[in-house]
Design a protein around this ligand. Structure first.
Ligand SMILES: Nc1ncnc2c1ncn2[C@@H]1O[C@H](COP(=O)(O)OP(=O)(O)OP(=O)(O)O)[C@@H](O)[C@H]1O
Length: 571
């Protein structure tokens, strides 16, 4: 309940009003058989039209009141449950945005989508059910039992036997259902993940002609969902008729016993009819209670999955000290870091370097040497296990994470574009940017020329992930976005790999215009590294060299090896 309390608090009054309506609706339902018994035993039996009309009108009034309460609770229940679901989805989304990198790695994105959709709608249905039937069923059931006992204690003994039998069925079915429903939700996750992976790699699937394999993978997940769905429904399918059977046998026994009592003149027909009516109400409320338990069981499985998201580890939270904005000086002090859940081997080992304000540092090294990890540590997506990373001389762990990230702009290795216009994509990190600033960033990133050739220029719509652009065009828009953010530190994580040498040189030239910025260029290309003020050479997570191109050529074997493989040998 804990995590949902604030939603209940928010809609407390509407919720309580709906519950009150349900209560009064139940009372109206309960009164009807007793009034009917009066009509039969006093009006019909004595041929008193006056009595029939009097009780008939009363019955009409009670029914009309019941209908009004039912309408009110339906409207309120829909309103509250839908708002509850929307708030929950919002909070889940907000939480997912605050996930730590390690937290995000734990739950697959397909599963997150199921939790945001299926699981929240399960909770929404449950909340709706609470207001519609959850309170009504026990009120009707208990009220009917009391009124039935008052009507005939003898017949009630049969009724109790039937109710006990039904209660046993409900408990068994609940126990059998829980694990099955939990498995269904996980099977839905799997289907979502398979579809999502296929959609992400659709071109690759076509290029490799892997239709059959992908279809088989989907069929496997789909069949698993089918089996688990059938298995969970089987429990309901078996127990619902058993419950109906138990109650029908109870009604048959009551009719039999009632006819004997009637023969002895110990009960009137109207009372037997009213008793049967109460028995029918008990039946429907017991079926409702079974549904409540089934919904509860499903909701419990969904609730656990939602809690797992809401209670998972968050990104680093705020500290009091604020970072300065005026300069972009970055330093690593004996930093060692291993990825949580990784091989356990450090991705970065005892790394120390410093890059001053306005300087350009290139980081070069073989693939997997830890270059991108340096960028992730600067942005504090992870914390160093040993040593410290500083911005402007302050340990970034002492800074507010948001402020830290406002100071750093990144063009990631894999360009990520969003559905929207070119302009919106470039202004994404700086929504207040003026049009000229956006164009200037695009010019510096060598994107302006091709953007102006697009049908609607800066207003051209980009498809999801920028599908209507080439790899190099996407990279240039990604660089323009990083530049438009106007942060003192700019990290370019190997984001010019799809550009030809001439365009890349122009981009580097454009970056020079971004004066005052500290630029960290992660690259595999020696040409790019050579243009930097200083170069950090990484090898297997360790610093293999640090200095200017000439210094490294003279002193660093790893650097010389890269140089020779790309340029030196050609000369
Ligand atoms: N999320 C992760 N979980 C576990 N290990 C990881 C993760 N990301 C990277 N690694 C490992 O950390 C090491 C350094 O990776 P990193 O991405 O920093 O290398 P890189 O030099 O940028 O490589 P590349 O040039 O290929 O992009 C590699 O051994 C990699 O397998």
């Amino acid at each position: 309940m804990g995590i949902y309390k604030r939603y209940f608090d928010k809609y407390k009054w509407m919720f309580l009003t709906a519950i009150s309506c349900v209560f009064f609706e139940g009372i109206c339902d309960l009164l009807q058989p007793t009034i009917m018994a009066q009509i039969i035993d006093q009006g019909v039996k004595n041929s008193s039209l006056d009595t029939v009309i009097r009780f008939g009108l009363l019955m009409l009034l009670v029914t009309a009141l019941g209908a009004c309460f039912a309408a009110a609770r339906s409207i309120l229940a829909s309103r509250v449950s839908q708002s509850f679901g929307a708030d929950l989805r919002h909070d889940l989304f907000a939480k997912i945005m605050r996930f730590s990198e390690a937290g995000a790695d734990k739950i697959e994105s397909g599963s997150l989508i199921t939790r945001m959709t299926n699981d929240t709608s399960q909770i929404t249905q449950f909340v709706n059910g609470i207001m519609r039937i959850f309170f009504k069923a026990p009120v009707t059931c208990i009220g009917s039992i009391i009124l039935a006992v008052i009507l005939s204690p003898e017949l009630s003994l049969v009724m109790f036997a039937a109710v006990c039998l039904v209660a046993v069925f409900i408990v068994i079915s609940m126990k059998m259902s829980y694990s099955r429903f939990a498995k269904v939700q996980y099977a839905i996750d799997r289907v979502n993940t398979v579809v999502q992976e296929y959609l992400l790699g659709i071109r690759l699937v076509k290029a490799f002609g892997r239709y059959e394999e992908e279809e088989a993978k989907f069929d496997e997940a789909n069949t698993d969902l089918l089996k688990k769905g059938v298995s969970s429904q089987l429990v309901i399918a078996c127990f619902s008729p058993l419950i109906s059977l138990a109650v029908s046998l109870g009604i048959a026994a009551i009719l039999y016993l009632g006819s004997i009592l009637f023969g002895r003149g110990e009960i009137e027909v109207g009372r037997i009819a009213a008793f049967i009516n109460y028995m029918a109400q008990i039946l429907s409320s017991l079926i409702m209670i079974t549904n409540i338990f089934n919904t509860f069981v499903r909701t419990k499985a969904s609730d656990e999955r939602i809690r797992e998201v809401l209670e998972s580890e968050e990104d680093f939270t705020c500290m009091e000290k604020e970072a300065g904005y005026e300069s972009g000086e970055i330093s690593f002090h004996d930093v060692t870091f291993a990825y949580p859940g990784g091989s356990g081997m450090p991705a970065i080992k005892n790394l120390t370097f410093h890059v001053g304000r306005g300087e350009t540092l290139a980081i070069i090294g073989p693939t997997g040497s830890g270059k991108s990890t340096v960028a992730l540590l600067c942005l504090r997506f992870y914390d160093a296990a040993e040593g410290k990373v500083c911005l402007n001389g302050t340990d970034i762990r002492q800074m507010d994470c948001r402020t830290l990230r406002e100071n750093i702009s990144i063009a990631p290795q894999k360009s990520m574009l969003f559905t929207g216009t070119v302009f919106e994509n470039i202004a994404w990190g700086n929504p207040d940017a003026m049009e000229e600033e956006i164009r200037q960033a695009a010019r510096a990133a060598q994107a302006d020329e091709f953007i102006r050739k697009m049908p609607d220029q800066y207003e051209s719509i980009l498809g999801q992930g920028g599908v209507n652009l080439s790899g190099g065009q996407k990279q240039r828009i990604s660089i323009a976005r990083a530049l438009a953010k106007k942060a003192p530190v700019l990290i370019l994580d190997d984001c010019t790999s799809a550009l030809d040498a001439v365009t890349e040189a122009k981009v580097r030239q454009g970056l020079r215009a971004a004066d005052g910025k500290t630029v960290i260029m992660i690259t595999q290309r020696i040409g790019t590294a050579m243009a930097a003020d200083r170069i950090l050479v990484l090898d297997n997570g360790e610093k293999a060299g640090f200095g200017s191109h000439d210094e490294l050529l003279a002193s660093c074997e790893v650097y010389r090896g890269i140089f020779d493989s790309q340029i030196g040998m050609e000369g």
